[in-house]
Design a binder for this molecule. Structure first.
Ligand code: KIV
Ligand code: ZN
Length: 385
């Protein structure tokens, strides 16, 4: 089965979310958990950005042994030197250098010609290769780059010695069809492309990050990048928990493996939420509080007869406690009776009908029916038996 490397950037792109600031101890704790999760590569920070980030990357590089640790750098010697200072202690030193390649970024942000962008990228890759055995180069805003230029610059960085080439959808603009086509095109056009890993990096501005990442895999990507809980710049990066679970559940379709220890997903998600202070939306795929909660009577009845009716992922798969049948105004008698029995009440049919009617009346007035509410209703009926 084809192996897809998982590149986690929670500690770099994820930390770039507005309002998130992790200190070294917090970064280390997340890094240890990412190692348990089984990510192939973790991007620990941007060493040239601040002494604090450089220190955090150094500590993580010296601690983590089972995942490759990397740091971000622009295409200049100062950034690459700062990254080397932090990463020289790593088991397999890896650097991630990037430069923008789209017309708008080259003209307005970099004020460089396409030729100058090629030259700066090639020089940076060659310089980085003096220190690092593993050099990833990224074409920032790659999905909005003119395809022939993208193929030319990728050809040059591969010749210069890059070991991974990443094509980010930096502003989340691509559709799955667009993004998949870029990978297919590069695979068909760039000489020796099979000597390097091709990587996908998706942002979620139009809500298509997961679909785009999966499209890249279908079209030859060897590595996918993202964050835990989909945190990141603006609308965030792709959520790695979604990608890993989608690839597992739809193995029949994708036929790849990631090496991710799925049982660590819930724990990782909770740790990242707790330390970043960013709550997980209740209906978030895979890790949201409601991902395994069923409220309507028809669904609850189906779940009680056979969980496969409404649950394609089991909570145990991601290390979550259990499925929850939430009692609310849409719930049915079957779930109500089951809960009553779990609470130790086996009522006569007539009393159960009464209790169910009382429960429905209360559910019309109250959004959340608590255990205490149920206890009052059921005890009332038990007394009358
Ligand atoms: O989104 C992006 O383009 C990035 C690069 C730095 C790789 O995060
Ligand atoms: Zn990014």
């Amino acid at each position: 089965m084809r192996k897809i490397d998982i590149f986690d950037t929670t500690l770099r792109d994820g930390e770039q979310s507005a309002g998130i600031n992790l200190n070294t101890a917090e970064k280390l704790e997340i890094a240890r958990q990412l190692e348990r999760l089984g990510v192939t590569v973790m991007e620990a920070g941007f060493p040239a950005a601040s002494p604090g980030d450089q220190d955090a990357v150094r500590k993580i590089a010296g601690t983590v042994k089972n995942s490759i640790v990397t740091g971000l750098a622009r295409c200049n010697q100062k950034d690459i030197d700062a990254a080397w200072e932090a990463l020289r202690v790593a088991e397999q030193p890896h650097i991630h250098i990037f430069l923008a390649t789209s017309p708008i970024h080259m003209a307005y942000k970099l004020k460089k010609t396409p030729e100058e962008v090629i030259e700066a990228s090639v020089e940076a890759v060659k310089y980085a290769k003096k220190f690092f055995p593993l050099v990833q180069w990224s074409a920032e805003d790659g999905s909005r780059t003119e395809p022939d230029f993208l193929a030319r610059i990728v050809t040059e960085v591969v010749k210069a010695g890059a070991t991974t080439v990443n094509i980010p959808d930096t502003v989340g603009y691509a559709t799955p069809q667009d993004y998949g086509a870029i990978f297919k095109f590069l695979k068909e056009t760039v000489p020796n492309i099979d000597r390097v890993k091709l990587s996908a990096h998706c942002h979620d501005d139009l809500g298509m990050a997961t679909a785009n990442t999966l499209a890249a895999i279908e079209n030859g990507a060897d590595q996918v990048e993202g964050t835990i809980n989909a945190i990141g710049e603006r609308a965030g990066n792709v959520g790695l928990e979604e990608v890993a679970v989608a690839l597992h559940i739809r193995k029949d379709h994708y036929n790849v493996e990631t090496g991710i220890n799925l049982k660590e997903i819930k724990r990782t998600s909770q740790l990242v939420s707790q330390l970043t202070g960013v709550a997980i939306q209740p209906n978030k795929a895979v890790t949201g509080k409601n991902a395994f909660a069923h409220e309507s009577g028809i669904h609850q009845d189906g779940m009680l007869k056979n969980p496969n009716t409404y649950e394609i992922i089991t909570p145990e798969l991601i290390g979550d406690a259990h499925t929850e049948l939430v009692l609310g105004k849409h719930s049915g008698r079957h779930a109500f009776k089951t809960r009553a029995e779990e609470m130790g009440f086996t009522l006569e049919p007539e009393r159960l009908n009464e209790a169910f009617a009382e429960f429905k009346k209360l559910a019309d007035r109250k959004k959340v029916i608590t255990e205490a509410d149920l206890l009052v209703i059921l005890t009332d009926q038990q007394i009358q038996e």
